[in-house]
Write a protein that binds this ligand. Structure first.
Ligand SMILES: Cc1cc2nc3c(=O)[nH]c(=O)nc-3n(C[C@H](O)[C@H](O)[C@H](O)COP(=O)(O)OP(=O)(O)OC[C@H]3O[C@@H](n4cnc5c(N)ncnc54)[C@H](O)[C@@H]3O)c2cc1C
Length: 471
C-alpha cells in the first residue's frame, strides 16, 4: 500500500475521490455531489457490499422526524451522554457531541433525500441506549440500506468504479497532501486517477489477520463476521502521510452468532429477559452490558460456545429481523415447552439448567444485581415456550483508526489537519473508547453515515474554494 510521488501527471482527474463504496463512501459521495462537486467512488469489489450490507441497518440518531412523530423527546446531548458513558469516559467527548448533533439531520436526509424507508424501532432498547433512537429499514437489513444508497447514487449520476482496488496513493509525506490514487484491476492492469480531495471510506482492519493479531490480539483467533476486503488500507496510508491513529484495540464484537449455522441472533433476546448458559448449563456473565463485550466471554467457555435461552415474547420481536428469520430457516432456533424439553433439545444437564432458571426467576424479585452485575427486575420472567440457540462470539469490525475533526479532516498528532484528506466510518477512530466494551449499539453506522456526510460536505467546499481561487 505505498505512497507514490505526488507530482504525477494524471490522465484523468476528479475533484473529489472516495475510496470504498459502503455506507460511508456513498453518503460522502452523495453529499459532495449535493455540494456541487464532481465525485468518483473507487470500490475493490465487483459489486459494492462492504460490511454495510452485512449489517442490521440499525442507525442511532437523536431528534429525528420519526422520533418527533412518535412523541419521543430525545436530544443530541442525551445521545452523546450515552455514547460517552458506554465508553466509560474514555472516548473523545467532543467528537461524541458533534457526531450526535449531526446524527438526526443525517437520518432525516437518508429518508428525505436518499429516499430510504427507515422506521424507528420502539419494541426494545439495546444496552446503554436511554431512548428509542435506533432507525432501520423495513426488514432491518444492510442490503436494503445499500440498495437505497446505490440507487440514489445512480440518480445523482455518481461514477462508481467497481473492481477498482486502490493499491497506492499519490501524496507528499512532507505536507501530507494527496494528489491521486492508483487502482489495480483484477487482471493486474493499473490506472491512475488524480483528485483535489480524497475521502477514505474503506473501513478498518477486521479483514487483515496480521493487523488484528497486532492490535486486537484477544480476537486474533475468533471468527471474523465482517467484510473480507477491509484490510486496514486507510490506517496504513494515513500513518505513512503523518496522520494520528487512536484506540487501535477497540472493536465491535458480538456474542450471539449462531453456531454452526453462522447467522446473527438478534441481541434483543437478551435484553428482553433472556440469558446465556455454557455447556454446563450455568450463566457466566452480565448479558445486559452489551453484545460487543459478550464475544470474549462466550469464546472463553468450553467449546467456545454458549446457549442463548429466551422466550416467545423476544422471539416475536426477533422475527421482524431478516437475520433472525434466516436463522430460523437453517434450523438454528430450537424451542420447547418445558425446562426438561430445553435440556432435551440442547443436551444441557437438566439439574444445572433447572437451577439456572430458578436463580434467574429469583433475581426478578431480588431488587439488586447478580454476581456479574445484571439486574433482571425490569424484565418479565421467561414464559414457555422457551427458545434455545447455540451461539459463539465473533469480531464484527474494528473501531480504532484515523483521528478526524468535526469536518472529518484527518489530523496529525499535533491536532493540525492534513490538507485534503478526509476519513469516515470504520476508517476513522470511532466513539467506542480503547477496548471491546465501549461499543454502543449502532456506533458503526452512526459514524459511517454522519462522518460520510461531514466528509462529503467539507471535501466539496475545499475543492470549490480552490476552484474559486484559481478562477
Ligand atoms: C454482521 C454485522 C452486523 C452489523 N450491524 C450493524 C448495525 O446494525 N448497526 C451499526 O451501526 N453497525 C453495524 N455493523 C457495523 C457496520 O456494518 C459498519 O460499521 C459499517 O458498515 C462501516 O461502514 P463503512 O462504509 O465504513 O465500511 P464498509 O461498508 O465495509 O465499506 C468499505 C468498502 O471499502 C472497500 N475497500 C476496502 N479497501 C479498499 C481498497 N483498497 N480499494 C477500494 N475499495 C476498498 C470494501 O470493499 C468495502 O466495500 C455490523 C457489522 C456486521 C459485520
Amino acid at each position: 500500500m505505498p505512497i507514490l510521488p505526488a507530482d504525477h501527471a494524471f490522465d484523468v482527474s476528479v475533484p473529489v475521490l472516495v475510496i470504498g463504496a459502503g455506507a460511508c463512501g456513498l453518503c460522502a459521495a452523495l453529499t459532495a455531489k449535493e455540494g456541487g462537486a464532481e465525485v468518483m467512488v473507487l470500490e475493490r469489489d465487483e459489486t459494492p457490499t462492504g460490511s454495510s450490507t452485512l449489517s442490521t441497518c440499525l442507525i442511532p440518531a437523536a431528534t429525528t422526524r420519526l422520533q418527533r412523530d412518535a412523541g419521543i423527546e430525545d436530544t443530541p446531548e442525551r445521545l452523546a451522554a450515552d455514547l460517552i458513558a458506554k465508553a466509560k469516559n474514555q472516548s473523545d467527548p467532543e467528537m461524541a457531541r458533534w457526531v450526535a448533533e449531526a446524527s438526526g439531520p443525517t437520518v432525516d436526509w437518508l429518508m428525505d433525500s436518499v429516499g430510504l424507508p427507515l422506521m424507528l424501532i420502539t419494541e426494545f432498547k439495546y444496552p446503554g441506549q436511554s431512548e428509542y433512537r435506533l432507525h432501520s429499514s423495513p426488514n432491518r437489513t444492510g442490503s436494503e440500506l445499500m440498495a437505497g444508497l446505490l440507487e440514489a447514487a445512480g440518480r445523482a449520476g455518481i461514477d462508481i468504479a467497481t473492481s477498482a482496488h486502490v493499491t497506492g496513493l499519490y501524496g507528499d509525506r512532507a505536507t501530507g497532501r494527496v494528489s491521486g490514487a492508483r487502482i489495480t484491476r483484477p487482471d493486474g492492469r493499473t490506472e491512475d486517477i488524480g483528485c483535489g480531495a480524497l475521502i477514505l471510506a474503506c473501513n478498518g482492519y477486521g479483514g487483515n489477520p496480521e493487523m488484528v493479531r497486532e492490535f486486537v490480539p484477544e480476537m486474533a483467533d475468533a471468527l471474523y463476521f465482517g467484510h473480507a476486503g477491509n484490510k486496514g488500507d486507510a490506517v496504513k496510508w494515513g500513518l505513512d502521510l503523518g496522520a494520528a491513529v487512536k484506540d487501535m484495540a477497540s472493536y465491535q464484537g458480538h456474542g450471539t452468532v449462531t453456531h454452526p449455522h453462522g447467522t446473527l441472533l438478534f441481541y434483543g433476546v437478551m435484553t428482553e429477559g433472556g440469558f446465556l448458559v455454557n455447556l454446563a448449563g450455568r450463566r457466566f456473565s452480565n448479558e445486559a452490558r452489551g453484545y460487543s463485550e459478550q464475544a470474549v466471554d462466550v469464546i472463553a467457555q468450553s467449546g467456545h460456545v454458549a446457549w442463548a435461552i429466551y422466550d416467545e415474547g423476544a422471539h416475536r420481536i426477533g422475527v421482524k429481523f431478516k437475520d433472525y428469520r434466516d436463522g430460523m430457516e437453517v434450523g438454528a432456533m430450537k424451542s420447547a415447552e418445558t425446562i426438561e424439553g430445553v435440556a432435551g433439545i440442547t443436551g444441557l444437564p437438566l439439574d444445572a439448567l433447572r437451577k439456572t432458571f430458578s436463580d434467574v426467576e429469583a433475581l426478578h424479585d431480588a431488587h439488586g444485581e447478580d454476581e456479574w452485575g445484571r439486574d433482571f427486575t425490569a424484565c418479565d420472567v421467561l414464559e414457555p415456550p422457551y427458545y434455545a440457540v447455540r451461539v459463539t462470539g465473533a469480531l464484527f469490525h474494528t473501531q480504532g483508526g484515523l483521528v478526524v475533526d468535526r469536518h472529518a479532516r484527518v489530523l496529525r498528532e499535533d491536532g493540525s489537519a492534513l490538507p485534503n484528506l478526509f476519513a469516515g466510518g470504520g476508517a476513522a477512530r470511532g466513539l467506542s473508547g480503547p477496548s471491546r466494551w465501549g461499543y454502543l449499539s449502532g456506533n458503526g453506522l452512526l459514524t459511517a453515515t454522519t462522518l460520510g456526510r461531514l466528509a462529503g460536505r467539507a471535501a466539496a467546499e475545499l475543492v470549490k474554494e480552490k476552484a474559486d481561487a484559481e478562477a
